[in-house]
Write a protein that binds this ligand. Structure first.
Ligand code: FEC
Length: 274
């Protein structure tokens, strides 16, 4: 039995994180009525009529790394391109200073499933070098895709607190994720999943793959109703082998999600006031 090397993955939403500082000096000069118009224009521009076509999350970022984070989920990069371009034409855009952005695609890594399918196909006499193998694998993956389609193209969790950061799996001289065998990586991901599942109901994570699209390999979005959950979960994961030996983390962004209809309050600095 030839073990696989590359785990299969399933892809969902195309995702664009956009982060901005607000030019508050100019924003304060905008009359109340105009502020309302500016906010409505953005919300209408980034709204999606059918939830099957995408969604947009609005997040007030804490700290100096940004003020406003928009997380745009769309079916394709083309749709993301249209959304970004349309947003760039809004009046608000001229009052924003971009700080950073991140391009990725929602990804479900299938270590466990890849191993299982590979074993099943081997029992049926299929081998990776046979021409029928790819088709058999593709048929199995299609079944999986149907099974998890709700997670690939799921709704944006409404949770109040959002944590976003990019990360890599290390490729150092001593510890190199990509030179570990498939079985070892699968074992480590299984341990990772076990810890993650202990947080079921407390956190919703959206992992998006960015190899080939951005400067890190994955984007991690976590949604929770209590920000302490992020600290506990990420701390606990630091001890699992996939993290302790192999994870490298980029900058962390944490903030407060608000519904699109509150954008006006955010821009007029009255959001969250009693
Ligand atoms: O090689 C790869 O495919 C790596 C992609 C990947 C990264 C990643 C990082 C984090 N996760 C975090 C939270 C959770 C929670 C659950 C969970 C489960 C998985 C599974 C895969 C997976 N995660 Fe992950 N995570 C990546 C991939 N993760 C695959 C499923 C494993 C299995 O079932 O055997 C449990 C959710 C559930 O099953 O419902 C929660 C967090 C991070 C960033 C921190 C860190 O890595 O230390 C938090 C990259």
């Amino acid at each position: 039995l030839n073990p696989p090397i590359v785990p299969e993955s399933l892809e969902g939403w195309s995702v664009l994180h956009l982060m901005y500082r607000v030019d508050w000096t100019r924003m304060r000069e905008v009359p109340h009525k105009e502020c309302k118009r500016i906010a409505n224009e953005v919300v209408t521009t980034l709204a999606v009529e059918d939830p099957a076509d995408g969604a947009t999350a609005y997040v007030q970022v804490l700290g100096h790394k940004g003020d406003l984070m928009l997380v745009i989920f769309r079916k394709t990069f083309d749709d993301l391109g249209r959304a970004e371009l349309a947003f760039s034409q809004t009046a608000l855009h001229a009052l924003l200073i971009p700080t950073t952005s991140y391009v990725s695609i929602v990804e479900l890594g299938m270590y466990d499933m890849t191993g299982k399918i590979h074993r099943q196909l081997a029992e049926l006499g299929e081998r990776p070098d046979l021409p029928t193998y790819r088709a058999a694998m593709a048929a199995e993956m299609e079944k999986q895709r149907q099974r998890v389609s709700g997670r690939l193209f799921g709704p944006v969790p409404k949770s109040r607190y959002v944590c976003f950061y990019p990360m890599n799996k290390r490729r150092g001289e001593v510890h190199n994720w990509y030179t570990e065998t498939f079985e070892r990586r699968a074992e480590m991901m299984s341990e990772h999943g076990k810890i993650g599942r202990e947080y079921a109901g407390k956190v919703i994570q959206i992992i998006s793959g960015s190899i080939g699209y951005d400067d890190w390999e994955w984007g991690v979005d976590l949604f929770a109703d209590d920000p302490i959950t992020f600290k506990k979960l990420i701390f606990e994961m630091r001890f699992d082998e996939a993290s302790s030996k192999f994870a490298e983390f980029g900058p962390f962004y944490v903030g407060l999600q608000f519904p699109p209809e509150d954008l006006e309050k955010y821009l007029s600095a009255t959001l969250g006031q009693p």
